[in-house]
Design a protein. Structure first.
Lengths: 112, 111
């Protein structure tokens, strides 16, 4: 089955700097890669996703890149702000609505 | 749409008691997932249903855990008997071809 690894497990950056979180997956059939943000005490919420026919997707300060050959994808946050502090989960699935396999999460702290 | 609705939000129970967690998925979503989240183990998939049919229950920790989805608008996760190590936040999520949404979770404490 699918296995998703995520690095780093914790990340601290200064406000205004960029943050990058990387994930790898094992099942080459996976074609949908969402990213979720979970603030303390709240539910994980979808922030951006990418499909396997796209190499990069951007939404304001957030971007995701996908390398299908290497089976890895990354989340990039630019101009970080304190409200970006949260746990971020990557996930992979074979198709929409199927079993999302989550990575273990990255705790991002943005220091003022 | 009110999103994925879970109840109760908090549950405190004594060891050995039966616990039932409830979930109402978003209307029109054809997949439903139950997750457990702890500090030690992170976010773990317990079971997921597609069109009300259990597809993968390999994440269910043991026979004390069971899940049902009698119709497209309701699912339960039952723990019987409960143990202190079951204390966690249990999330339900539903999805369709456009992606997935999590409920607010049930914080379970077994004392």
């Amino acid at each position: 089955g699918e296995n998703v690894e995520q690095h780093p497990s914790t990340l601290s950056v200064q406000e205004g700097d960029s943050a990058v979180i990387k994930c790898t997956y094992s099942d080459s059939a996976s074609n949908y890669f969402p990213w979720y943000k979970q603030e303390l005490g709240k539910r994980p919420q979808l922030i951006i996703d990418i499909r396997s026919n796209v190499g990069e997707k951007k939404d304001q300060r957030i971007a995701v890149t996908l390398n299908k050959t290497a089976k890895h994808f990354s989340l990039h946050i630019t101009e970080t702000q304190p409200e970006d502090s949260a746990v971020y989960f990557c996930a992979a699935s074979i198709s929409y609505g199927q079993n999302f396999v989550f990575g273990p999460g990255t705790r991002l702290s943005v220091l003022p | 749409d009110a999103g994925v609705i879970q109840s109760p939000r908090h549950e405190v129970t004594e060891m050995g008691q039966e616990v039932t967690l409830r979930c109402k998925p978003i209307s029109g979503h054809n997949s439903l997932f139950w997750y457990r989240q702890t500090m030690m183990r992170g976010l773990e998939l317990l079971i997921y249903f597609n069109n009300n049919v259990p597809i993968d229950d390999s994440g269910m920790p043991e026979d004390r855990f069971s899940a049902k989805m009698p119709n497209a608008s309701f699912s339960t996760l039952k723990i019987q008997p409960s143990e202190p190590r079951d204390s966690a936040v249990y999330f339900c999520a539903s999805s369709n071809s456009l992606g997935g949404t999590f409920g607010s979770g049930t914080r379970l404490t077994v004392v």
